[in-house]
Write a protein that binds this ligand. Structure first.
Ligand SMILES: *[C@@H]1O[C@H](CO)[C@@H](O)[C@H](O)[C@H]1NC(C)=O
Ligand SMILES: *[C@@H]1O[C@H](CO)[C@@H](O)[C@H](O)[C@H]1NC(C)=O
Length: 412
């Protein structure tokens, strides 16, 4: 009898203990969730402040601003210049190491941003208009580029997320309504000819060959995406085919310099040339100071790398990732200047452009000049000291990574 009572008491204590334990567990979990929610709320209230911190961290690590050794060391350590493993693996390493250094809550916040903002879908290319096999290789290359950028952005976007308003982010994008196209303009990567093609596609011109350079750039025939209201912008971003054409960063830079500073120019010489000569050329003569003509590549690079530039940036040498935001606006088609005609003509077939329309290959400005190619680039780069050359690579680091361009190795 006594024994039975003891047995029952022990059992009841056990059950009570178990219930208490379960209750406590639930309570702790609830508290945890509440604090996470609070954290999340704070994050969204303070997102501006938060993001500027991240930006500083990134700048400190990768952009050379006054501290060139750090990024190059980090890169060298990860074997970037040797080109083994591909940039994606290295960025992953960099990211993982650095993220784990951040406090736990920052990591959590980054995750929130990523989930809230990244449309993590890669739409398949619509190949309804392609009738034969002749584009097979081009298509395979295109698919590789697309998934490369997609994978890169998936890993990178939390860090790289810019605090820019949507309307500004789409301000470089041209709209072609007939074929439902969005083309992000990257200067010095075939953009004049692209605009000609867009004008033909939209019925503004009969043939690309007839459109003069001035009509292309100052004609105001093509509509920009930022001229629509927010609803119109969102609808088009969601349903139109988005295309971007890019170019090797250093080739693009040299090409911009040659175009703007080695030929008479009534805007770039007085606005940029004057300021550059004034700040970076000791004992400049009166004539040069007055006209702003004759800027040397070395001086131009000094200006580019200066954290206190005497004049602002310009779209011709701004980073592609800051012109077109490729990790936010998921482009359907990534063309490269290096394979411009092949990519462009495949794209025209993809969208069902008239068969007689092919991508024009003329160079309308300074057509007697040699095109900027790797050999020309090498000549220009020889003029600037190693340290600055390295800083210039660092400046375009993201563009190199996103589009799988190889950073040339600089001798130490
Ligand atoms: C990236 O570039 C390397 C070197 O040029 C090349 O071998 C590789 O196939 C490229 N990767 C993709 C996904 O295009
Ligand atoms: C367009 O070019 C063709 C031949 O290149 C020429 O015959 C025609 O007159 C031009 N049209 C215009 C509007 O300039």
């Amino acid at each position: 009898m006594n024994l039975q009572l003891i047995y029952i008491s022990v059992l009841m204590f056990g059950v009570a203990g178990l219930l208490l334990f379960m209750y406590l567990q639930a309570w702790i979990e609830e508290q945890h969730t509440v604090s996470e929610e609070k954290l999340q709320q704070q994050a969204f209230n303070q997102d501006f402040k938060f993001c500027s911190t991240v930006k500083t961290a990134r700048t400190r690590n990768w952009i050379a601003a006054g501290n060139p050794d750090k990024p190059s060391k980090a890169l060298a350590k990860n074997g970037h210049y040797q080109g083994d493993g591909g940039p994606l693996l290295q960025i992953k390493d960099l990211l993982t190491t650095r993220l784990s250094e951040e406090p736990q809550n920052i990591k959590f916040l980054l995750k929130q941003f990523k989930q809230a903002n990244l449309p993590s879908v890669m739409h398949p290319l619509n190949k309804n208009f392609i009738r034969d096999d002749s584009w097979k290789a081009t298509n395979e290359m295109q698919e590789r580029r697309r998934s490369f950028l997609y994978d890169f952005c998936k890993k990178y976007v939390s860090e790289h997320r810019p605090r820019t308003h949507l309307v500004r982010m789409v301000s470089r994008i041209y709209v072609e309504e007939q074929h439902k196209l969005l083309y992000c303009e990257v200067p010095k990567a075939g953009c004049s000819n692209w605009k000609r093609v867009l004008m033909v596609l939209s019925g503004l011109a009969k043939s690309a060959a007839n459109i003069t350079h001035d009509a292309v750039h100052y004609g105001k025939h093509l509509k920009k995406l930022d001229s629509y209201d927010l609803k119109g912008i969102h609808m088009r971003l969601k349903t139109y085919t988005k295309v971007i054409f890019v170019r090797d960063p250093m080739e693009r830079l040299v090409s911009a310099f040659r175009d703007k500073f080695e030929h008479p120019n009534s805007y770039y010489h007085p606005v940029f040339g004057k300021a550059i000569i004034q700040k970076y050329r000791p004992n400049a003569d009166r004539e040069a100071l007055k006209t702003g003509s004759g800027v040397r590549f070395k001086e131009f690079i000094q200006y580019l790398l200066d954290s206190h530039r005497p004049v602002g940036m310009d779209t011709h040498w701004e980073q592609i990732n800051k012109l077109c935001y490729p990790c936010i606006i998921s482009y359907d088609f990534i063309g490269k200047f290096e394979t411009l005609e092949e990519d462009a003509n495949y794209f025209l077939r993809l969208i069902g452009a008239p068969e007689e329309l092919t991508f024009p290959n003329f160079k309308d400005r300074h057509s007697t000049d040699r095109r900027t190619n790797p050999e020309v680039v090498r000549k220009y780069l020889e003029e600037i000291p190693n340290r600055e050359r390295q800083q210039t690579y660092n400046f375009y680091y993201l563009d190199y990574l996103m589009f799988n361009y190889t950073v040339p190795y600089t001798e130490p």
